[in-house]
Design a protein around this ligand. Structure first.
Ligand SMILES: Cc1ncc(COP(=O)(O)O)c(C=O)c1O
Length: 405
């Protein structure tokens, strides 16, 4: 690693709040499915900026849209009507059963909006004192005070931030009885990811989802689906909830929606949209002209180039290749999981050394929950790239020593 890298680390330590456990890499540029460090070394990208750059890095077509819009109008605020925001809304709503959308700047902000809308709808439209949101263990919903409280994880994400907001309950994953038991007269909504991303590429089974939908119906409870990571073709459908043939009352999107520019969207049925009235919610930057124009182009490409089908095909290929490795190393690979290109390889032991060795072999992916190699590459990834990754993993697994998980 160059001296420049050491200088960067030193500078960062002096300048930035120390919140990130960074990978030992400084990226100077990225193109398609490759990243380049300061010395020009090339890396295979199986992370896509954590499921964000789904159409690959540094695309000319998106850069053109960005530049053209930036020359016309960048920002005026939401005090004004803006056509690019409406064009994006029209395209986005044509991909799902939602009737209305609210634009914001990040996943956490979209989920914050979803939680606020659920409460507001119950209070002002239904006239009911229902405010509690039930979420699942190992879920991840963001880092604002309410979304981190909704998040079904413990540790640094929650420590030291008390008092956390009231009105959130977490129940064990997959346990319908626990879910039924958690419902009370104040329950407003159940909030789920169709595939838990940070939780280790863990899909909900169809039966479980059907039970959740049934429980919502029986109890007059709203269903919120967090599609921040699963949305925009990643799992093999435009929205992961479409695999399950359900219509959430509210769902959220962010990450891949503008292929790397910050954006969030909260989508809801026309009925739920009655909850928000003038002045009840807002943001300065959300739905700005540049990000909206780029996101509209992203959706065009996603649809025209059939990226959902591609994500599915590549996900199936990756799963089949990983299964071959599981057959070869049954004591080292516990299984594979995920949906489309939100894909996990579960090791039987702590995967830190495997992850490090992958990085040394110029393969960038993520280790989550200690044992799961999470692959969320650009959807433009090729079978050749996946094969290279699996071959490298094969050589690593051959010699790696098993540590305790
Ligand atoms: C499922 C899910 N929800 C919410 C978030 C939070 O999004 P952001 O980091 O844009 O606030 C994430 C981020 O990883 C996520 O994966």
């Amino acid at each position: 690693m160059s001296n420049k890298f050491d200088e960067i680390v030193k500078k960062e330590n002096a300048l930035l709040c120390n919140t990130y456990g960074r990978y030992p890499l400084a990226i100077s540029k990225a193109k398609d499915c490759r990243l380049y460090d300061l010395d020009g070394n090339e890396y295979y990208d199986f992370l896509a900026g954590i499921a964000v750059c789904s159409l690959g890095h540094s695309r000319e077509d998106l850069a053109e849209v960005m530049a053209e819009q930036a020359k016309k109008l960048v920002h005026v605020s939401n005090l004004f009507y803006q056509e690019p925001q409406l064009e994006l809304a029209e395209k986005l709503l044509s991909t799902c059963n939602a009737g209305k959308v609210f634009f914001c700047n990040s996943g956490a902000e979209a989920n914050e909006g979803a939680i606020k809308l659920a409460r507001k709808y119950m209070c002002t439209v239904k006239n009911e004192n229902r405010y509690e949101i039930i979420t699942l263990e190992k879920s991840f919903h963001g880092r604002t005070l309410s979304t981190l409280t909704a998040t079904g994880q413990t540790g640094p994400i929650k420590d030291g931030f008390s008092p956390l907001p009231e009105g959130f309950i977490t129940v064990p994953f997959g346990n319908v009885n626990a879910l039924r038991g958690a419902i009370g007269k104040n329950t407003a909504a159940i909030m789920i990811e169709m595939v838990q991303g940070e939780g280790g590429a863990r899909p909900l089974s169809s039966d479980y989802v059907n039970d959740i939908v049934q429980i919502c119906k029986e109890n007059g409870i709203l269903l919120i689906v967090d599609e921040i990571q699963t949305g925009v073709c990643r799992t093999g459908r435009m929205w992961a909830h479409q695999h399950y043939n359900i219509t959430p009352d509210i769902f959220t999107s962010a990450k891949a929606l503008a292929n790397g520019l910050p954006i969030g969207a909260m989508l809801c049925t026309d009925e739920l949209a009655k909850g928000f009235t003038l002045g009840s919610h807002g943001t300065t930057f959300g739905g700005g002209a540049v990000v909206s124009a780029v996101a509209a182009k992203v959706l065009d490409i996603m649809i025209n180039e059939k990226m959902a089908e591609r994500a599915w095909e590549m996900g199936e290929f990756a799963a089949a290749e990983a299964q071959k490795l599981k057959a070869k190393y049954p004591d080292k690979i516990a299984g594979t999981r995920g949906l489309g290109l939100l894909f996990g390889i579960e090791l039987t032991f702590n995967g830190t050394n495997v992850w490090k060795a992958l990085l040394e072999h110029k393969m960038v992916c993520n280790l989550t929950q200690g044992t799961i190699l999470r692959l969320v590459p650009p959807l433009t990834i090729t079978k050749e790239d996946i094969t290279v990754f699996m071959n490298v993993l094969d050589t690593i697994l051959e010699t790696v020593e098993i540590e305790s998980a």
